[in-house]
Design a protein around this ligand. Structure first.
Ligand SMILES: [Zn+2]
Length: 335
């Protein structure tokens, strides 16, 4: 992301106080998830994505820029679905498509409770179409954006009305889970997921990811709620010189490293697992769009010299990726 845009983003967030669902997975998370997905593609289409890896990584947080900096009102609901508000009881209880959702709930309700699962499906249709017609800019833009939304679907609190623990006295848990923990421990994660595979039923798979994400919301919250009871405030948080809880640049409380460590242990790999399955699902969806588009040769969309130049680096990155590591990123720190 351009530095100026990023600074504006921070200023906007601080000024408006709209901090609860700031960056979906956080910059570290979204950057690594989109790059992991690029590396998880089969080489026949992966090289094209790798040629544009920098763009795909930077673009991974742009949907949040649209939401906060550009105050694009259509953007917000794409990042979440408050399942409790929809009286969710499994996929069968929900409309299958965006138009069915609009017909059943009406646009105002969707704007309020979120459209994430239906939006992912719409993006897949658009991405497939862009691939079919070999529209390079659209392919890259739509694939990167889709990566962001699929990643958001793996953040359990994006599927719940209690998205920042505000209903259970756990404000700040959103950023704690999705940004502070990955920033502290992400470098030790093993994120390699095995080769991308074709998805037969996008609607079902999308609801499966939403459903399993939603199921994790409860343990995510209850584990921390219990810890909170056992620890006084100055053990939970980093305390500032003024004796108050220290906040990060988005106005979110900074948890102490000891507290973060215990929480991360008790979560028993949840953050790592969700990152990993976000990467796998994104690569699967990109690959499926490409197969459904008739496996177009994307190689000729770039100059041969560009592909040649990137080959050695691709090989290096792939070697690290096979050991579960994503190299070569420097993401803006939030905590
Ligand atoms: Zn988001």
């Amino acid at each position: 992301m351009n530095k100026k845009i990023f600074t504006t983003l921070i200023v906007t967030i601080v000024l408006t106080g709209s901090v609860s669902v700031v960056l979906g997975w956080g910059v570290w998370g979204h950057n690594h998830i989109n790059k992991g997905a690029v590396l998880n593609l089969p080489a026949e289409m992966g090289m094209f994505f790798y040629n544009h890896c920098d763009f795909i990584v930077e673009e991974s947080t742009v949907p949040d820029v649209r939401k906060h900096v550009l105050a694009d009102r259509a953007e917000g609901p794409r990042h979440y679905a408050d399942l409790e508000s929809y009286n969710y009881s499994g996929r069968a209880s929900m409309p299958h498509t965006m138009s069915e959702a609009i017909a059943r709930f009406g646009k105002d309700t969707l704007d309020k409770y979120g459209i994430l699962p239906w939006y992912i499906q719409d993006m897949m249709v658009k991405l497939t179409d862009a691939m079919k017609n070999k529209r390079k800019t659209e392919i890259l833009f739509l694939a990167s954006d889709l990566g962001h939304y699929i990643a958001d679907a793996h953040m359990p609190l994006h599927t719940s009305v209690n998205h920042n623990g505000q209903l259970t006295g756990q404000e700040g848990i959103h950023g704690f889970w999705e940004s502070q923990l990955p920033e502290l421990y992400g470098k030790n994660y093993h994120l390699y997921t095995g080769a991308a595979h074709y998805v037969d039923d996008i609607e079902k798979t999308t609801w499966d990811m939403i459903d399993s994400s939603y199921a994790l919301g409860r343990p995510l919250l209850t584990i921390e709620a219990k810890m909170r009871k056992d620890n006084p405030e100055d053990k939970q948080y980093v305390m500032g010189k003024d004796g108050k809880v220290q906040k990060n640049k988005y106005g979110q409380p900074v948890h102490s490293e000891e507290y973060a460590h215990v929480y991360h242990e008790l979560l028993n790999g949840m953050v790592e697992q969700q990152m990993k399955s976000a990467i796998a699902d994104i690569a699967d969806y990109w690959y499926t769009a490409w197969v459904n588009a008739g496996k177009p040769d994307l190689g000729d969309l770039d100059p041969a010299s560009m592909t040649e130049r990137n080959k050695a680096q691709y090989k290096e990155d792939m070697k690290a990726w096979k050991t579960g590591k994503i190299k070569g990123l420097r993401s803006d720190k939030e905590y």
